[in-house]
Design a binder for this molecule. Structure first.
Ligand SMILES: CC(=O)SCCNC(=O)CCNC(=O)[C@H](O)C(C)(C)COP(=O)(O)OP(=O)(O)OC[C@H]1O[C@@H](n2cnc3c(N)ncnc32)[C@H](O)[C@@H]1OP(=O)(O)O
Length: 202
């Protein structure tokens, strides 16, 4: 396995991969000054030749940059699923997605490619999570919620059932979302209110 991005987020992924007894050969990073992370070699991601015999994970927290980097590579992407996460029956997890410790994903939920389901996040039944979404630590998604591409659900946010959250939206930490959220909206507070319409740049 090779990770792209040598950050704090990568450290958490390395920890999951170690617990699953995967071998990580090295990490790549655009910053030539980073040589090491958590005991692993970091190589400058310049003129890197994609290794078709390896699996990669893009270990970059920004949803937009993770999308850009993953689209540039012609490689196979793997998964990192913490052994202390709980996945219900009929849950599907897309390639490049990481699921942190304590996360719970209940039955019939679909999670797209290159998502982050962070520590102790709870995603209930029949949710549809599109590609490049980040569900932050301790966020709660009730049943039958759709989350569009690239959206970031902040730490500890709660979304009541049957809602549709648009693409490239941001839900602030601790928000309580009680109605649908349009694309690119930034929502904070309880009850959640739109404070601006962003441009998808995090
Ligand atoms: C392992 C990890 O670390 S995973 C990372 C998890 N990260 C998160 O959960 C971060 C989530 N991000 C937030 O909550 C951010 O505050 C955002 C994205 C909602 C807003 O950020 P910005 O666009 O920079 O907004 P800014 O800080 O200028 O605040 C704008 C207004 O919204 C308010 N506001 C911002 N965030 C929140 C929030 N979470 N709840 C309530 N109000 C908020 C501010 O007080 C401010 O109000 P004012 O205009 O009355 O002064």
């Amino acid at each position: 396995m090779i990770l792209i991005g040598a950050s704090g987020h990568a450290k958490v992924i390395l920890d999951i991969l170690e617990k699953n007894e995967f071998t990580v050969d090295y990490l790549l990073d655009a910053n030539p000054n980073i040589k090491e992370l958590a005991g692993y070699n970091v190589i400058e991601d310049k003129d890197h030749i994609d290794d078709i015999n390896q699996e990669y994970i893009v270990s970059i927290g920004s949803n937009l940059i993770r999308k850009r980097v993953s689209e540039q590579r012609k490689v196979k992407f793997g998964w990192a699923i913490h052994p202390d996460s709980i996945l219900g029956d009929d849950v599907s997890i897309g390639q490049g997605t990481v699921v942190m410790a304590g996360a719970i994903i209940n039955p019939s939920t679909q999670v797209g490619n290159h998502c982050i389901i962070n520590t102790s996040a709870s995603i209930d039944h029949d949710c549809e999570i599109a590609d490049y979404v980040h569900i932050s630590p301790s966020a709660t998604l009730c049943g039958t919620i759709e989350v569009g591409e690239g959206t970031h659900i902040g730490a500890g946010a709660t979304i009541i059932p049957n809602l549709k959250i648009g693409k490239w939206a941001t839900i602030g930490a601790g928000a309580v979302v009680i109605k649908d959220v349009p694309d690119y909206a930034v929502v904070v507070g309880n009850p959640g209110r739109i404070i601006k319409i962003g441009n998808g740049e995090e």
